[in-house]
Design a protein around this ligand. Sequence first.
Ligand SMILES: NC(=O)c1ccc[n+]([C@@H]2O[C@H](COP(=O)([O-])OP(=O)(O)OC[C@H]3O[C@@H](n4cnc5c(N)ncnc54)[C@H](OP(=O)(O)O)[C@@H]3O)[C@@H](O)[C@H]2O)c1
Length: 329
Amino acid sequence: MTGAGGDVAAGMAAIVIAAAFGGPDVLSIIEEPAAEPGPGQARVTLRAAGVNPADYKAYSGAFGADPARLPVRPGSEAAGVVSAVGPGAPGPTGPAGPVAVGDEVIAYRVSGAYATELVAPAAALVPKPPALDWAQAACLMVAGVTAWHLLAATDVREGDTILIHGGAGGVGLMALQLASGRGATPVVTARPTKHGFLRELGALPVAYGPGLAGRVRAAAPGGVDAALDLVGTDEALDVSLELVADRARIATIAGFARGFREGIKVLGGAPGADPGTQIRDAARLELTRLAAARALRVFVTQTFPLDKAAEAHRAVMTGHTTGKIALIP
Ligand SMILES: NC(=O)c1ccc[n+]([C@@H]2O[C@H](COP(=O)([O-])OP(=O)(O)OC[C@H]3O[C@@H](n4cnc5c(N)ncnc54)[C@H](OP(=O)(O)O)[C@@H]3O)[C@@H](O)[C@H]2O)c1
């Protein structure tokens, strides 16, 4: 079978959680025919997929364990080459223009990105910046748009000092670079073994744990204007509330229940949180522009073959990786 434009659809492999919620052992790999793109869609031969904590939370029970949600097809971001486009004129068009066979693209936000082939709406496809390799391109968007939303929601601007809890993770490394790009000074919490790396990126690292507020005051004697909580611990929220006077300039993407109680900004897909859909959608092309200009780097510190997705999840579940992990089909 042939798509309206493109190559013959062959078989594909995909990771699924078919029958039960649980740990990474419930992941399995299946083979099936690749789907054909419909109108307004394209099929992408994937070269890499980004791994995110939400991918394991989707089947761990953290978001509920309703059997009706199975099967789960994990993966919300990927990068690859358009191999077919759906029928109809003028053809699928994405945020940056027409999408054609052979285009190198980033796919976000999609589902089922842990696969060798993916059919996606063209609205989810943006051009891959040549400055990024496949793994970096696959890992740009989830962390990038989340960091962008965090900075927008807390109105981070030139001259600010901003505290980022969890500065060495996927979102943290994006947030600190974007904050620096706006002319703000990022003070970031991380394990001491990561401080040298974070200093090289222009951040002021401090160790989390008892005494954190004092260490942040020492690093930022002029005070802290805004705080971003990427870890959801009581410590991160306590210190943010102690050091930042204006609760509208404190945001969390992980401490939902307490975040609502404290009246700070709660961002993301949880019920009652601000999904920031327009801000995040618009951020995609800004992020690719910055990456193309080499003004934003994507730090992929580990890659795993697609059929080792469970190992990738065990790594992310430690909660202490640095930057991003990618799967390579
Ligand atoms: N709401 C949303 O829209 C949204 C979007 C994306 C992600 N998230 C959530 O945000 C969180 C972070 O995502 P991510 O992709 O950046 O995760 P990640 O890449 O797994 O990074 C987690 C980081 O947290 C650090 N960390 C662990 N315990 C810490 C503590 N007690 N204090 C300070 N830092 C600590 C770790 O560094 P050390 O080695 O230094 O401990 C690690 O680098 C996850 O819970 C994720 O599910 C939410």
